[in-house]
Structures are given as C-alpha cells and as structure tokens.
Write a protein that binds this ligand. Structure first.
Ligand code: NAD
Length: 716
C-alpha cells in the first residue's frame, strides 16, 4: 500500500478503495500529543489529502492505545511566555489547520481507540463523525491548567451537543466516558475495538451512498448556535453562574470558557474562533495559568520520583497496622479500598472497636455517595482482620505503627512488632513528630525501619512522607514508597527532622497566627483573610480539625527541635486547651460544632471563645498585612527545608505543601510564592517584620540568594 504521507508522528495511507487512513503514532513516545512537529505534520498530511485524487473519505485514527492526549504542555509554557501577538498568530495558524480538516472535500471520521483529550478531542470534533470504543475517554481538561480549549473546542462542541452540555463539559474539565459522549451526541457510535475501523468505514460508505449528509453536519458546526437568543441567554447565564460559583474567585478559566461560548454563540466559525483565541491568550498569560501548568508538571515529576523511589521493591501483598485509632483505622480502610489485605491490631478492645467503627463509617459514606455498592463494601470490610495483639502480623510484608504519640510507648510497641514480624518485613512508624532515627535506635534491625507519615483524614489526603532515619536502609525505604503507591498515595522521600517536611513548615505558620492574636487580631478575620488567599480553611479552623491539644503538644516538640519555634507567651492554643476546648472532637475550640440536619458537623460562632482567646487590646489589621505576616514564616521555613536537604528539590517542597496541606494550587506553592514576589523583595518584606522574632528572619543562604527557587518548569 502506498503511503500518501509519512512523518515522525503521523502516516497517511491511501489504498485503492479510496478510504484514506491517517494514523498518529509518534516515533519518540508511546503517547500521541500535539507539539510543533505533530501540528506541522498534520498540516502537510491534510494538504496531501486535499490534493490527492480518488479520495472518497478519510479516517483519523491512532496506531497507539490513545488517540491524541492533548497538547505538549512543556512546549506550550514556552509559547505562553511569548508576546500576545505571537501567541495569537500561532493559534490562528492552528485554527486554520483544524478548519482545513473540517473543510476537506470528502467526508471524515475520527476513530477513537482510546483517550482523545484537549487538542486531540478538538481534532476529532473537526472531523464529520466520531466513533469510539467503550474504554475511550474524551474531554477538555484545559480549565484545570487555567486556560480554555484553543483549537476550536469552544466553537464546535456547543454547536454539536448544545449549550448546556458543552458548558458542563468544558467548564467542568472532566474526562467523559464513551457512553456519556454517545448520549450527549459528542460521538456517533460506540463499538468494540475490533469493530472500530469497520464502523468508521461504514459511516463513510453511508456518506458515499447519500444516506448521511456530512455537509449538513459541517454547516451546523460552522454556523451560529441554533438557539433563540432568549434561550441562549438563559442557558449560558445559568451555566456561567454555576461555573463561577464552583471554581471560586481564584480559578477564572471555567467561567471564561462559558463566557466565550456565550459571546460567540451568534457568530459564524471565523468570528467564534476569534473570540476563543483572544480569551485563550488572555488566560494563558496569567500568573494563575503559569502556576497551574507548573503544578501539573510538578505532579508528574513527583510521580516519577515516587516510581523511582519504589523501583526494585518487593511487591507488598498485605500489611499490618498497629494502633487502631483515627490513623490506624484510616490506613487499614485505605488498604481495604485498594484491595490490599490488612491486619489491624490494638492493645485495647475499645481502641480496636473505634478503628473498626471508623472503617464502617468510611464505607457507609461511600455507599451513600454511590461510590461503592453493598457487595463491594462487604468485600472491603472482609479485607481487614482485627486483632487484639499481633496475631497474623508475621504473615504480612510491612507493618505501619500508629499507636499513641509517645516515644516510650512507641519504642516498646516497635520492639514487640519487630520480634513478631518476619526478618524480611519492613516496619514503618506514622509518628508526626518523634525522630525516626531515635525510634530506629530501639530496634535490632533499624535498617528495616523508616517513617511513613500519612495525613488525616487518610482516605482524602494524597501525601505520604517517607522518612529516612539515620539508619534506614534503601530496601525499607523502597518498600515503604511502594506500599504508599499501592495504597494510591503519593510518597515523597524526606530526611528526618522534627515535623519532617510538612509539619515543620506548618508550625511556623501557626506561630505567625499566635503572634497576630497576641497583637490584637480577631481570629475570624485571620481565617477569612487566609481563605480568601486560597487556603481551604483558615488557621483557627485548621487547628480545630487537628485538635488543639494535639497541636499544642506537637508545637512543644517542634520548639524543642528548633529554637525559633519556641513561643515565649501563653498562646491561644494553650488557653483553649486548658479550658477543655480541644476543637471539633470536643465540640468546641475556636468555634462551636454541632451536628447539622444531615449529621455533618456544622461550625457555629461561639462568643465564649472570645472570652478565652479574645485579645486584650483588639486591633484591626488590614488583609494584606494579615496575609504577609502569616505567609512569611511559612515561606521562610520552606526555604530552610530545601537548604537543609529535607527534600532534594524545590518542586518537592511545593508539592508536599499542596498534597499534604492543600496549599492553593493556583499559587503554585510556598517557594513559588517567594519567586512570584521576587527573592529580594520577599527578603525586604521579611525584614520589615524582623521585630516579630526569629520566625521572620531569613537565613544567610537566603540573604545571599539572587536566583529564584524554581527554575524553568520540569520537563513534561
Ligand atoms: P489515636 O489515639 O486515635 O489512636 C491510637 C491507638 O493506639 C489507640 O486505639 C490505642 O488503644 C492504641 N495503642 C496505644 N498503645 C498501643 C500499643 N502499645 N499497642 C497497640 N495499640 C496501642 O491516635 P491517632 O490520632 O490515630 O495517632 C496515631 C499516630 O499517628 C500518632 O503517632 C500520631 O502522631 C500520628 N498521626 C496522627 C495524625 C492525626 O491527625 N491524628 C496525623 C498524622 C499522624
């Protein structure tokens, strides 16, 4: 068979039947994506197709599992930094290319054997018809990167599936399964993989036989939206409000996508594409998009490092958890959910019952949400075996110790565990504050021991810090990393120090909070300011969730490890603790908590708290000052962690904060926050607050530093 076109990313065959087949298959990667080369080659291939004789129709397909997964993000970040006219120009040329696909002088079908996302889906939409296999996924994840589709996605999708659906698809950024795509009209047929090519060809045959009018389909995509103006206003108005409310003020892309569709609804293809391009350029050049793209690449880098860390580890076939409390129960539950058998031990019957109750509660929540069916819940429950003691521990590959936070209790529990487990087994402690090196000293085989610091609530929090103690061996660390991945978590390798990475950075932030309260700030104003900054909850709310007593104890440990974290006055934490207000768990902390009508805890104001923490001399702080005073110690401690080699890269610092604390993604992380302000300007800002104490003092290395913490974004 003769190849009509042959490139590094795409080949076009034209057999005598006249049905051309353009198949994407990158020579340099197992996944197809659109970078400069791929777009240039597509241009050449489309020109070749348009100029060829005897073509009756064309199928766009892939010789790889996925169709095309989108644009090459790494290359795009370079593009986004160019002057807006260059970016507009580049988009206009890509737009012409997709138009050329749509305008080919014969019918076209996209055969989707796997994922068609972003630009890949836009190409599929430029074809006249789409067929997909049941496992294919389509959609526009662009809003997650702070941008919108830029190759005509906002133009073609609403004209194909209607305003409401398109708004939901694009503003939601979700991948849609083939069945949903069929139902909404984004694909025309779903067939088994072996029938995919045949189905595509049959569509072309029906066009040739005059049974399908591909020109009418094209006309619809090239014309204004078929919707009376009032209905259009209503549909887009509702969608716009919903998208803006869901995304919140820091993520403008979803609402912008809907606004683009609305503004272009009465226009033809050329006009609508122009509206899309302008909005794309505006969004692509924002700090938010830059940070979100960076976070996407950071995530991939951290995932790659996690894979490397776990490489060579023996697979974990079952785990043991000692201590069936909040954390032990959570870890055992997570194992059950991920089909990993777990034995859960506790010294106290009521402790064990609490752990099992926690697992039941988690399963019931999933049942209620429809995330699990009854049979699945029973199966999951069956994967956790409770025991009073260590029975069955010797048959597991890895044990996580999660008993109370007390060094002596832990040392004894770990030594007993070691005696019980097989010589090959790995033991990990979930301690939040106690030195892993010190705990390892209590063991005969410290090389088989390390930290595995999960976050609360375990099912919801993606991070596990894998802590390297002084004598932790590589095999144990790899096994712990592999176990974390098996549990669906992201492990980050950290060096031992008080608080490890995340809590070490969090406590100076709490320290800043205490200083603000001391100086007369209202804790509610601080919460509001930090929530507007982008945190999922302000510091007072967070302390109520963590537990005031737990936090006060942890701060003590942190202060013993780092002098700067000592607090020479009785703070709100101590006052609340002494008043028995321990946060959510006791129904009262900074706020009051009561079960609402649906059984969920509701947060209520409580004037009594003011009597306890209320400042003697209230002072109104403006929001910028609150944010500055709160963020500076956190950012400085982040820089210290990097200097001290707690993790190896700035990316891991920022990803640790995102995954462990919910640091707002659109800000990119603490070190990225410093970079955004500028290292020198940040230093000056810290110096302005130097009188507040050592939490605000930059290190020598930071004083000498000229370059930003993050260089170019990591390779895609
Ligand atoms: P918890 O008090 O809810 O549970 C501890 C359990 O350990 C209790 O059920 C207790 O009966 C049991 N226990 C005590 N001594 C034991 C022994 N010798 N052998 C067997 N069982 C024993 O505590 P938690 O909040 O689940 O914390 C457990 C560990 O996880 C602590 O080290 C804590 O610092 C750490 N951690 C807690 C959080 C959190 O937010 N709660 C987050 C990360 C890490």
């Amino acid at each position: 068979m003769s190849a009509l076109y042959s490139g590094e990313t795409l080949t076009v065959e034209l057999p005598p039947s006249g049905t051309a087949r353009a198949a994407f298959a990158r020579a340099d990667s197992p996944v197809n994506k659109f970078d400069r080369t791929a777009l240039e080659e597509l241009r050449e291939a489309v020109d070749a197709l348009a100029g060829a004789d005897g073509v009756k129709g064309a199928v766009f397909a892939s010789a790889r599992p996925a169709f095309v997964v989108g644009a090459d993000i790494g290359e795009f970040t370079e593009l986004f930094r160019q002057p807006p006219e260059r970016l507009l120009d580049w988009l206009a040329r890509a737009g012409e290319l997709f138009n050329a696909v749509e305008d080919l002088p014969f019918p076209t079908v996209a055969a989707l054997g796997g994922a068609a996302l972003g630009g890949g889906f836009e190409l599929a939409l430029a074809a006249d018809y789409r067929v997909a296999v049941p496992g294919a996924a389509v959609g526009f994840p662009e809003v997650k990167l702070g941008i919108i589709p830029g190759f005509g996605g906002t133009v073609r999708l609403p004209r194909l599936i209607g305003a409401d659906n398109a708004a939901e698809w694009i503003a939601g950024g979700a991948r849609m399964g083939a069945e949903r795509a069929l139902r909404d009209g984004a694909v025309d047929a779903v067939v088994e993989p072996e029938a995919l090519d045949g189905a595509a060809e049959r569509l072309l045959d029906r066009c040739a036989a005059g049974k399908l009018d591909f020109r009418r389909v094209r006309e619809r995509k090239r014309s204004p939206l078929l919707l009376p103006p009032e209905e259009r206003e209503t549909a887009f108005g509702t969608a716009l409000a919903a998208a803006a409310a869901k995304a919140g003020p820091h993520y403008p892309a979803p609402a912008a996508a809907v606004a683009v569709m609305r503004d272009a609804a009465a226009m033809d293809r050329a006009g609508a594409l122009e509206v899309e391009r302008r909005a794309f350029v505006r969004l692509a050049r924002t700090e938010t998009a830059a940070n979100l793209v960076r976070m996407f690449l950071n995530e991939r880098l951290v995932a790659r490092r996690a894979r490397e860390a776990a490489a060579g580890a023996r697979p974990v076939g079952s785990i043991a958890v000692l201590g069936a409390g909040i954390m032990g129960g959570g870890i055992a539950f997570q194992a059950a959910l991920k089909r990993l058998p777990a034995v859960m031990g506790d010294a106290a019957p009521e402790g064990l019952e609490r752990g099992m109750a926690e697992i039941r509660r988690q399963l019931e929540r999933r049942l209620a949400r429809g995330a699990l069916d009854a049979a699945g819940a029973v199966e999951a429950m069956g994967r956790v075996r409770p025991t009073l003691g260590h029975e069955g521990f010797e048959r597991t590959d890895l044990a996580v110790e999660a008993v109370v936070e007390d060094a002596q209790v832990k040392k004894r529990a770990l030594a007993e565990l070691e005696a019980r487990m097989g010589p090959e087994a790995v033991i990990a402690s979930n301690t939040s504050t106690i030195s892993i090196s010190e705990l390892g000293d209590a063991l005969r085989r410290p090389e088989r021991f390390c930290g595995m610091h999960f976050f609360n609530p375990v099912p919801a929090m993606p991070l596990v810090e894998i802590v390297r103690g002084r004598r932790s061996g590589e095999e144990a660390l790899a096994a712990a990393a592999a176990c974390a991945r098996r549990l669906g978590k992201t492990p980050i390798m950290v060096r031992d120090c008080p608080g490890f990475l995340v809590n070490r950075i969090l406590f100076p932030y709490f320290g800043a909070f205490e200083l603000l309260l001391r100086d007369g700030a209202d804790f509610r104003r601080v919460d509001e300011a930090m929530e507007r900054f982008g945190w999922p909850m302000g510091p007072a709310r967070l302390l109520d969730v963590v537990g005031i007593d737990t936090a006060a104890r942890a701060r003590q440990v942190m202060a013993e490890g780092f002098e700067r974290m000592a607090q020479p006055f009785a703070g709100a934490m101590e006052k609340l603790r002494d008043a028995g207000r321990l946060g959510q768990k006791s129904g009262r902390g900074f706020y009051r908590y009561e079960p609402g009508p649906k059984g969920r805890l509701e947060r209520l104001p409580d004037p009594e708290a003011d009597g306890i923490v209320g400042p003697a001399r209230p002072r109104a702080f403006d929001e910028a000052e609150i944010v500055e005073r709160m963020m500076t110690p956190l950012c400085l401690e982040s820089a210290r962690c990097l200097e001290d080699g707690i993790v190896e890269t700035a990316v891991e610092v920022d990803m640790g904060l995102a995954l462990g604390l919910g640091f707002p993604a659109f800000r990119g992380g603490a070190l990225r926050h410093i970079d955004g302000i500028g290292v020198a300007a940040f230093r000056e800002m810290a110096d302005r607050h130097a009188g507040l104490g050592p939490l605000y003092h930059p290190t020598e290395a930071m004083r000498a530093r000229a370059e930003p913490y993050h260089g170019r974004p990591p390779e895609a």
